[in-house]
Design a protein around this ligand. Sequence first.
Ligand SMILES: *[C@@H]1O[C@H](CO)[C@@H](O)[C@H](O)[C@H]1NC(C)=O
Ligand SMILES: *[C@@H]1O[C@H](CO)[C@@H](O)[C@H](O)[C@H]1NC(C)=O
Ligand SMILES: *[C@@H]1O[C@H](CO)[C@@H](O)[C@H](O)[C@H]1NC(C)=O
Ligand SMILES: *[C@@H]1O[C@H](CO)[C@@H](O)[C@H](O)[C@H]1NC(C)=O
Ligand SMILES: *[C@@H]1O[C@H](CO)[C@@H](O)[C@H](O)[C@H]1NC(C)=O
Length: 780
Amino acid sequence: MIVFITLSPLAKSDWVIPSHFQTPKSLPNPSLGAATAPQQGTQDYSYKFSSVAITGGGYITGIVAHPTEKHLMYTRTDIGSSYRWDEASQQWIALTDFIAPENVNWLGTESIALDPHDPNRLYLAQGQYVTDTLPAAFFVSDDRGTTFDIYEAPFPMGSNDLGRNNGERLAVNPFNTNELWMGTRTEGLWKSTDRAKTWTNITNYPDAAGNGIGIVFVIFDPKNSGTVYVGANVPNGLYYTKDHGATWHSIPGQPTAWDPELLYAGHTPASTAPMPMRAILASNGILYTSVWRDITPGTNNTYPAPYKPQAWLPGGFCGISVDSKDPNTLVVVTLDRDPGPALDSMYYSHDGGETYKDVSQLSTPPVSGGYWGHPVAEAALKDGTPVPWLSFNWNSEWGGYGAPSPIVGLTKFGWWMSSVLIYPWDSHHVMYGTGATIWATDELYKVDSNKAPQWYIQAQGIEETAVLALMSPTDGAHLFSGLGDIMGMRHADLDLPQPILDYAGQHPNVVVRVGDSGVSYPNGCGSGLYSKDNGISWTMFPTCVPGVGNQTNFVGLIALDASAQSFVWASELTAAPYNETGPYSTQDYGATWVAPTGLTVMTGNLSADRVQPKTFYAFNDGIFYISKDGGLSYKSTPASQTGLPAGAGAVPVCNFDTAGELWLPLGTSGLWHSTNFGASWTQIGPKSLVATYFSIGKSAPGRLHPALFLWGQVSAGGAEAIFRSDDAGVTWARINDDAHQYGGAAIIQGDPRVYGRVYMGMFGRGIIYADIAGGGRDPV
Ligand SMILES: *[C@@H]1O[C@H](CO)[C@@H](O)[C@H](O)[C@H]1NC(C)=O
Ligand SMILES: *[C@@H]1O[C@H](CO)[C@@H](O)[C@H](O)[C@H]1NC(C)=O
Ligand SMILES: *[C@@H]1O[C@H](CO)[C@@H](O)[C@H](O)[C@H]1NC(C)=O
Ligand SMILES: *[C@@H]1O[C@H](CO)[C@@H](O)[C@H](O)[C@H]1NC(C)=O
Ligand SMILES: *[C@@H]1O[C@H](CO)[C@@H](O)[C@H](O)[C@H]1NC(C)=O
């Protein structure tokens, strides 16, 4: 799901334009010389960086606990790297925010390895995608991830590639803890004897290719030196060695066909037989090696009997955890049982898998309609803080993501449940990761007496959304976001999880958003909505623009004029061809959409003046466009007359309190500024300034200019970082330090009401807000 948001500049519930807003305020122009020169200087403050609380928001691919050190555990995610649990503060701590923009491929964890004898030692295998160009790396720590040594890996990794839900590919040899083995996706099995610094190929492993997903777990037997179990992503792919890799043996008796109970008519499984995904060596040494026993939960060994319409769909089982205190007590979770109705579940056994209790079914309150889930009141942290977006608004037709339960009051038990952990220090505490968050209970024992355990969310501190849009209006909530997969939020409080953007209601307006709804709505355009109450409730446009349907995947970008009466919607974000129509406009809340004159490119590089009504700007292929009639007609000026670089394009950034004042961030072509509605432009700063992302915020005390925020470079060869200027771009101060780089921003947004504050949206590390430390921060 993709959401783009844009807000009316007048985030007021009335519709009256204050008269003083209608006349452009005059502003000193830095290009006009000393008489009107801005006050000089930008104070270099230290900053405080905080996550905007969403609490999860992406796929939790692994939860790994240290075998002996109490409360020490780590979580890995597919696009947001790794976190360490901090028991004292009851939250997860992000470990790799130092990753520089050029190393963005390290922002995902393929595997975590812990040293069983030294709890301070931590190894992270970092690499998001298997590519030739972006190397993967090992992050090696002696202080639980506070600091790392980094070594480039001689093979690629893919934490966000297919097969990311498998077990731990990286493992420490308990008999020689400087030695690690790593099962790779494309290059077979490797060994390091110097703590992941250098690696050699163990070339005799029998199934090195593993269907492109490779070798998916490595397990050292802690009781027998030289015995290692290694699984590859192929049927019959489970091998062991007893001589430290000199010779390999297939574990006999592996399933060579699918259990008919796991199949259903007409569905062809992706493989001829089950393939190993994860394995546990229980404390009694049982990996069920020599004698195989089918311990699959099924209709005959599970209580309570499954809800009637439930079919035992294909997919299978992935996550597994064995009680550290009892090798016969285990949980397994299913994977990919979509489509439901019961979907993915958790099964609990005390007899080594002979019989199971269905934890998800027992946790589901009555009147569930067969959709096993948690009462939404349980979507809260242990301290009671609600995580309301996990309701997914009970939108029954949410689409393929599998997130919501259609039963109002119930949030789905889970999907993409591949990581599960019985807490080694409390057998009643179990946690499982989903495609969105981590659920936990301290009452697993209740299942034994067929009662529902009380569940809660244990993902506080994990922020792994992909941020696609940010807006900070001049009134109401300080922040609106558009987020990959989970639509977006109105952040009424930055430090508390919020509800997902809602659809209902009819109130006075100001916010508009477009995005793939994934759904067909019979009574309006599900892909374009506006809100008259600062984004609390939303109304669908009666019709979509031509080319956009209810379920169009990529729906473009929408802008709303200062009077909140005219909307302009570019239905795609392609800058050509010129024979098409330009962005459509409506003056009647989407009852009719009109193709404009004077702009015949469907460009997404458009925005609305924040002060002067009916005024829209577009900048495409070096040509600057302005409309003063609500997007019905445009006047264009070529690069030869504006002085702007030929061929360039960008979304014009408009001042929130001054009509006609605009900026254009043009990457390596620099940052450009106009104070006269785009009639003429000047370049800010040196020619070497690189303006990747740009935004403005509240001016410094006593200054006339808004604070400028720039992600890019302010000097040739300087750091790629985020900067602030308090003097209209004459001087810049770096905001972030090397510890706060997040692999680079995907979007930035200043706050027009809090001096110094900037929001940074990442692709996989959620939203960070940076405030001047010890001051400058107004109450939210
Ligand atoms: C490592 O060995 C495997 C065979 O086990 C082979 O397929 C792979 O190409 C080798 N890779 C390198 C880089 O030597
Ligand atoms: C379950 O039990 C029924 C009735 O006893 C039997 O027909 C069926 O084969 C059993 N299924 C499995 C998978 O054992
Ligand atoms: C949305 O889809 C429904 C069903 O396909 C259709 O009846 C309706 O007209 C569509 N709405 C819009 C605005 O396209
Ligand atoms: C625009 O022109 C190109 C090149 O002539 C052509 O391929 C394309 O189909 C045209 N598009 C439309 C919408 O007419
Ligand atoms: C804006 O223009 C640039 C340069 O032509 C282009 O790469 C980019 O896709 C455009 N952005 C949108 C949102 O249309």
